[in-house]
Design a protein around this ligand. Structure first.
Ligand SMILES: *[C@@H]1O[C@H](CO)[C@@H](O)[C@H](O)[C@H]1NC(C)=O
Ligand SMILES: *[C@@H]1O[C@H](CO)[C@@H](O)[C@H](O)[C@H]1NC(C)=O
Ligand SMILES: *[C@@H]1O[C@H](CO)[C@@H](O)[C@H](O)[C@H]1NC(C)=O
Ligand SMILES: *[C@@H]1O[C@H](CO)[C@@H](O)[C@H](O)[C@H]1NC(C)=O
Ligand SMILES: *[C@@H]1O[C@H](CO)[C@@H](O)[C@H](O)[C@H]1NC(C)=O
Ligand SMILES: *[C@@H]1O[C@H](CO)[C@@H](O)[C@H](O)[C@H]1NC(C)=O
Ligand SMILES: *[C@@H]1O[C@H](CO)[C@@H](O)[C@H](O)[C@H]1NC(C)=O
Ligand SMILES: *[C@@H]1O[C@H](CO)[C@@H](O)[C@H](O)[C@H]1NC(C)=O
Ligand SMILES: *[C@@H]1O[C@H](CO)[C@@H](O)[C@H](O)[C@H]1NC(C)=O
Length: 449
């Protein structure tokens, strides 16, 4: 309703003095609305996000782990899910700085959305056991005989290369895992900076905590562009990547620059410890507001073959395009992030396993942003976690293992701004006023001639 009111006001603006004033004043009003300060319009959105973010998790159930050593049989996976959560973010430790930036931390909460029938968090999942994998990865380049000796010492601890755990345990609950703490305390492993955990879960200890997301310094719109990230954990370089790939730059937190161009949108993801260059795909209308759609595509995921600037994604050994090596970020777990089902990746990945089917409509990573205001209209931030399995000589469990990127889970965070919502009204109003102004100029000219 309010959208219509604003739009029709924009139309009448061509006629009335009220409208004329509104057009003149709009940039001032708008700047005020879109500046982050205590109790401005967007403060409320920012402090505790008001737009619902749906987090849907999917797991890959490994159906033939017994065939692991039979190199003629591909590992086969069955997707299960979605396990649905509502994600809430709360900004804490907010400090307003004199230079037009704000420094803060954030707490994220995941609220489980129980479905009737279908899946639930007790569902058992057969998946790769990450602990032996970490060990094999750390030892991979050691002397053969040392590895043999270590392998024998550790063998009583090692179970199998796979395990069965509930979805709840694999995500937030965690399951007891004494080996990580033992390894962290072992002098042999001390320089690897292993975490001091006594349990393991991919989102263990992340619900309601702020450590994982780090401390951000962000522009408020006052002398520094709104949403622009200047530093993460007080550094302008991420320690998890090299060279230009480590730059802490770009927008985060759902605030984008105004007057967007149809090329690149730099997006910083604390989750990934780094940023991604999204590329413009096309124009798309959301709730009758025109937006620009930016995606993670072939260009973002290239390993430097076609876009030499991307060379820096190769930290250490390089892999085919389509995955980002997040081993350093994940405490030496050989983890590689990709789009779900290796969408937009080199077919190499999908061909090493059975059961994955990349599909644009399901697995796309995109953000649709209103270009004049930078207000996001709709998005689907989707990522998959994979672990690299490879043969390691001297370690009995992995000596004859196949090499493949084992898919573990994927998540999509999706949102869509609602019609009538005040941000949506701001985006629509700004746009139609701009068009109203253009229309006025256009109709004025012939009338006066
Ligand atoms: C953040 O605020 C909490 C209390 O509100 C305080 O205990 C904590 O020390 C603060 N952390 C930082 C890094 O300032
Ligand atoms: C702004 O000032 C704060 C506090 O002094 C500082 O931490 C931050 O790095 C500064 N940001 C920029 C972009 O200069
Ligand atoms: C996360 O914490 C919130 C608040 O304490 C709680 O309501 C929610 O159930 C927790 N989510 C999970 C997945 O444990
Ligand atoms: C995963 O696979 C195992 C064994 O094949 C099966 O028992 C289990 O029910 C499956 N899990 C789900 C959630 O379908
Ligand atoms: C990053 O920080 C270093 C020192 O900490 C400084 O010399 C450099 O200018 C900063 N770069 C940018 C782009 O702000
Ligand atoms: C990302 O885009 C910016 C300019 O928009 C460019 O300077 C930078 O090199 C790009 N980074 C990569 C890795 O392509
Ligand atoms: C991944 O990153 C780690 C840590 O930077 C590096 O040692 C390794 O060579 C990289 N590539 C692969 C394929 O493991
Ligand atoms: C980089 O990616 C391309 C395309 O996926 C692949 O052909 C090439 O082997 C990769 N380079 C390295 C060093 O792995
Ligand atoms: C992709 O998924 C959609 C929605 O489930 C389905 O309609 C379509 O047929 C799939 N496309 C391919 C190529 O499998």
């Amino acid at each position: 309703m309010t959208v219509i009111a604003v739009s029709s006001c924009a139309a009448s603006a061509v006629l009335g003095v009220c409208g004329f004033l509104l057009i003149c004043l709009w940039p001032v009003i708008f700047d005020n609305l879109m500046t982050l300060r205590n109790n401005s319009l967007i403060y409320r959105y920012w402090k505790n996000d008001q737009v619902d973010i749906h987090a849907n998790f999917y797991f890959f159930n490994w159906t033939n782990p017994e065939d692991f050593y039979d190199l003629s049989v591909k590992p086969k996976f069955e997707e299960v899910g979605p396990y649905s959560f509502l994600q809430k973010t709360e900004k804490i430790n907010i400090t307003w700085n004199d230079n037009g930036t704000v420094t803060f931390k954030q707490k994220k909460f995941w609220i489980y959305q129980k479905q009737n029938g279908g899946v639930n968090l007790e569902d058992p999942i057969v998946t790769l056991d990450p602990v032996p994998l970490i060990a094999s990865y750390l030892l991979r380049d050691w002397n053969y005989y040392t590895k043999k000796a270590v392998s024998m010492t550790l063998s009583p601890f090692f179970r199998k290369h796979y395990m069965t755990q509930s979805v709840g345990n694999l995500l937030f609950e965690g399951y007891p895992e004494p080996l990580i703490k033992i390894a962290a305390a072992t002098p042999m492993f001390s320089h690897f900076e292993l975490p001091n955990w006594d349990a393991f879960g991919y989102f263990y200890e992340r619900n309601g905590t702020s450590e994982f997301e780090g401390t951000l310094n962000m522009g408020t719109g006052e002398n520094a562009p709104l949403g622009y990230i200047h530093s993460w954990n007080y550094q302008n370089k991420s320690k998890y990547y090299d060279d230009a790939c480590a730059d802490v730059r770009g927008s985060a937190e759902q605030y984008f620059p105004r007057n967007l161009k149809k090329d690149i949108l730099r997006y910083f993801m604390p989750d990934m410890g780094g940023n991604a260059n999204l590329t413009f795909e096309n124009e798309e209308t959301v709730n009758s507001i025109l937006g620009y759609k930016y995606v993670i595509g072939e260009r973002t995921l290239d390993n430097g073959t076609n876009y030499p600037k991307n060379r820096c994604v190769c930290t250490g050994e390089c892999v085919p395009s389509g995955t980002i090596n997040v081993t350093r970020l994940r405490h030496n777990l050989p983890a590689f992030a990709s789009l779900p089902h290796f969408y937009q990746a080199d077919p190499y990945y999908v061909n090493l396993v059975d059961g994955l089917e990349p599909n644009k409509s399901k697995h796309e990573f995109y953000l649709i942003v209103e270009p004049t205001t930078g207000i996001p209209l709709k998005g689907n931030v989707a990522l998959q976690a994979n672990l690299l399995v490879q043969p390691v000589s001297g370690l009995s469990m992995f000596e004859n293992a196949p090499k493949f990127f084992c898919p573990i889970w994927w998540v999509s965070y999706s949102f869509e701004i609602q019609q009538g919502d005040s941000l949506s009204v701001t985006a629509a109003g700004r746009r139609s006023l701009k068009e109203g102004l253009k229309a006025e100029v256009a109709t004025d000219v012939p009338e006066q001639a």
